[in-house]
Design a protein around this ligand. Structure first.
Ligand code: ADP
Ligand code: AMP
Length: 212
């Protein structure tokens, strides 16, 4: 069960991936989370990608592909994985084929208006990456993570200027993957304009039907 969660930023891929990962016991591999981990740990890679990410640009393909290639070599991904945020370009998708074959690509579909509302209200716990939303998934205590109590922050790339730019980048560089995977008969479009619990149930059913 090698899953790809495709869709614009803010579609709810990460939120759903955490639950699907837990249910099917396969790792959730988010390239955004991996890069943010590098920035937090102040690695050389983190230094290279910080300003690119803050501006809502894509990290160069070669860096991203190499990071995923290495991650998929780890033993936990032998029985499957969820790739969240990768591939994001046709070149990345072609490179992925050379080291791993996706079995299903779930395409998260929603209107721009909904994307903007989800991204502008997103807050994260910096140490764990847990994701909240000020209206749709608020923490129990305002501004604090339910688990660690740490202060929630807004991602630099969730500021209004960066959001607009990321949407443009998505349409130009990532949306062509919809056709790429449709032609390979791997694409499962899913309308995600519904509560997180319903999105989870639908993805779960889709995965169960597809793997039986
Ligand atoms: P992505 O990983 O696709 O960028 P996230 O999972 O981080 O998206 O979700 C973006 C924001 O929208 C988060 O603040 C999250 O809490 C919220 N969110 C996720 N799924 C839904 C949903 N189905 N309905 C409303 N809000 C959602
Ligand atoms: P995300 O957490 O998926 O929204 O990703 C946050 C940022 O990380 C993106 O805006 C890019 O700057 C970078 N990034 C994540 N995944 C990729 C990828 N597959 N290719 C290039 N850049 C990526």
């Amino acid at each position: 069960m090698n899953l790809i969660f495709l869709g614009p930023p803010g579609a709810g891929k990460g939120t759903t991936a955490v639950k699907i990962s837990d249910f099917f016991q396969i790792p959730h591999i988010s390239t955004g989370d991996l890069f943010r981990g590098h920035i937090k740990n102040q690695t050389e890679l983190g230094r290279q990608v910080k300003s690119i990410m803050d501006q809502g640009e894509l990290v160069p393909d070669e860096i991203t592909i190499e990071m995923v290639r290495q991650r998929l070599r780890e033993p936990d991904s032998t029985k499957g994985y969820i790739l969240d945020g990768f591939p994001r370009t046709i070149h990345q998708a072609e490179a992925l084929e050379s080291f791993s074959r996706p079995t299903a690509v779930i395409d998260f579909e929603l209107r721009d208006e909904t994307i903007i509302r989800r991204l502008s209200g997103r807050r994260i716990a910096p140490s764990s990456g847990r994701v909240y939303h000020i209206d749709f998934n608020p923490p129990k205590v305002e501004g604090r993570c339910d688990v660690t109590g740490e202060e929630l922050i807004q991602r630099p790339d969730d500021r209004p200027e960066a959001i607009q730019h990321r949407l443009k980048v998505y349409k130009k560089r990532t949306a062509p993957l919809i056709d790429f995977y449709r032609k390979k008969e791997l694409l499962f479009p899913l309308n995600v304009e519904k509560p997180p619990s319903e999105v989870f149930e639908e993805v779960k059913k889709l995965v169960q039907n597809h793997s039986s």
